[in-house]
Design a protein around this ligand. Structure first.
Ligand SMILES: [Zn+2]
Length: 175
């Protein structure tokens, strides 16, 4: 039973991803009628009331109200805002760092509008220069995000996530 301890993506009634829980909890929600299965796995669980498909994605049958708090500025939230995509070359599959668009020693501050996700190669190439001086262009103009689903941190940070979760998560995360 390889999926017994697997992870399940939980969607709100409006299909917004709100949580990741264990299979056991997800099966309980399904059993209690508090959620419905959206994506299932290939394995089944035998229970007294019949066989239950192991879930991969479930959707709650009621709406959880979750206010969006103001996104705190941090290295991690800048990376999440930019979808872990280098804002100079567009690559996503390499290690990322934070680039000060206007370098600190030229007066550039630690603020949303001056920070972007950059790969190490672009960061090194740019060095202590502004993009103009380095002849580099930003893919998009960085700004303060209104909302980053906290769930995207968890998935990107822990390298979690199943293939069939993708369509329910912000596309930006995957580039
Ligand atoms: Zn790059």
């Amino acid at each position: 039973m390889q999926h017994r301890d697997g992870k399940v993506l939980v969607l709100n009634l409006d299909y917004q991803p709100i949580n990741i829980c264990g299979t056991r909890r997800a099966v309980k929600l399904l059993y209690l009628g508090k959620a419905e299965i959206i994506e299932g796995r290939q394995t089944y669980l035998n229970s007294p009331s019949g066989s239950i498909q192991y879930p991969s994605v479930i959707k709650l049958s009621y709406l959880i109200y979750r206010p969006h708090p103001e996104v705190k500025l941090s290295r991690k939230s800048v990376l999440a805002r930019d979808g872990y995509r280098c804002q100079y070359c567009g690559r996503t599959n390499v290690k990322m760092t934070i680039d000060h668009i206007v370098p600190r020693n030229k007066g550039g501050g630690f603020k949303w509008e001056n920070l972007v996700c950059a790969c190490h190669a672009c960061n090194a190439k740019k060095g202590d220069r502004t993009p103009q001086d380095a002849g580099m262009k930003l893919i998009s103009q960085p700004k303060r995000p209104s909302y980053i689903p906290y769930i995207s941190y968890a998935i990107v940070d822990r390298g979690m996530g199943e293939e069939d979760w993708r369509k329910y998560l912000p596309q930006k995360m995957y580039g």
